[in-house]
Write a protein that binds this ligand. Structure first.
Ligand SMILES: [Zn+2]
Length: 102
């Protein structure tokens, strides 16, 4: 079973949603960090994947300080619930933040 969010390929974490789309930021914080990094690395290693799809993700406090985003990053409709640290992060591709909520 995959997440109930439209076209989301990630497996359910709890309550019909994957770790990325679940809204309980307090409960998922630690696991989110691990899962997000894993997804990020997987995208970087796979040449078939042309962009990071973070569409609609619900972010707990996150730090992308010094991260290098090598591909197009789609953050549309994503929600940043707490701190979102992009200090010195680099975007080699474009980044979409349309409708993102900070
Ligand atoms: Zn999902």
């Amino acid at each position: 079973m995959t997440c109930a969010y439209k076209d989301c390929p990630h497996p359910i974490w709890r309550d019909e949603h994957c770790i990325f789309h679940h809204e309980d930021v307090a409960a998922k914080k630690d696991e989110f960090d691990v899962a997000f990094k894993r997804y990020f690395d997987a995208c970087n290693e796979d040449d078939e994947i042309k962009k990071y799809n973070f569409r609609g993700f619900v972010f707990p406090d996150v730090s992308f300080s010094h991260w290098e985003f090598l591909k197009h990053a789609n953050f549309s409709k994503s929600q940043f619930s707490g701190v979102a640290d992009f200090t010195d992060s680099q975007f080699s591709g474009s980044a979409f933040f349309n409708w993102a909520v900070f």
